[in-house]
Ligand binder design. Sequence first.
Ligand code: PMP
Length: 395
Amino acid sequence: MKIANRIGHITQGAGDGWEIYYRTREMIAAGERVLTLTIGEHDIRTDPSILNAMHDSAMAGNTGYAFGPGNRDLREEVAARVAARTGAETSWRNVVITPGGQAALFATHMALLDQGDRALHCDPYYATYPGTIRATGADAAVVATRSSEDFLPQERAIHDAVAADPRGAKTLLINTPNNPTGVIYPRATLEGIARAVTDADLWLISDEVYDSQVWQGEHLSPRALPGMAGRTIAVGSMSKSHAMTGSRLGWVVAPEPVAEAIATLATNTTYGVPAFIQDAALFALRQGPAFEEKIAAPFRRRREIAMRVLTGHNAIRVIPSSGAMYVMLDIRATGLTGTGFANRLLDEEKIAVMPGESFGAASAGHVRVALTIADDLFEEAIGRLASFADRQMDA
Ligand code: PMP
């Protein structure tokens, strides 16, 4: 009796990058006070008004099987939101509702990749990206980015990544606003990506789950660039925009044949998303942009605290953060690796951050700070992190 090779192919025998997070949880379980700036989870819960909508829908009888690709009214609402935010024409037929953005990423790669295909994603990356690609049976390969270029993917690097293997590549996965770097891709970067994927005839998968967390500049969707709607699949989610991480509600916006393929996959995997969750999401989306701004406001404040407190510390370079609930710090001047820095900060200061190495080789020597604890505690944590970094320089 043997487990499928598929699972070994997903992990490639390596750790999942969350070792610091698991260690932090154990310390907290043992009664220690740890200031935890690791995962992208809000410090508020889902708004009671959304939970009431969920309750009302369930009590009204919406507890049976839900229709595979999502309720028509929710698909229409998502299409309207996407069209309003990105300027790209979008019909409900382009939208498939999924159990969260993660399931949307998986379904999209499943719909586009065959066994043994090669699929690209940028480095650094959200921790699940390579595993999600490999779960389809394809091989994952990176487009490297540089700290000195604010981790923006360059057109040249995409060409190089395609050419690095005789198989070429079939897809490229990007993420803006970006986790882990907090960077928002400017128009010129997206235009370079659009040229590169068009030249190499790749599908572009655009993870836009942080589209409501924009602190500076604006979020542009590559779907809105000329000629790109036919080769771009955008992934969205209620997790970050509405503090609904546990509700598992996301979506794919895709050309119709791709949307239909993803709906077929849903019928044979998830069976769709519970109708009362879909109704709660519909209610939440109808609260409009002001509601989303209210959810994003604490992260906006804490990003400002981080910028203020970290200015003038030679041991730290802050990657210019313009969106998402994270700031990325270049701590190479301390002489420590990201992993070394994060482990010692946890042991000596009881502050938990994620090592850059957890997100790929390109962010080695960096740490990611999540903006996810109350302002006063956040200011304390970031101040102590800066002093810790300064002391490494003096040592
Ligand atoms: N993409 C990115 C970049 C993320 O950071 C996350 C969650 N942290 C997801 C997708 C998945 O989010 P969810 O499944 O909750 O929508």
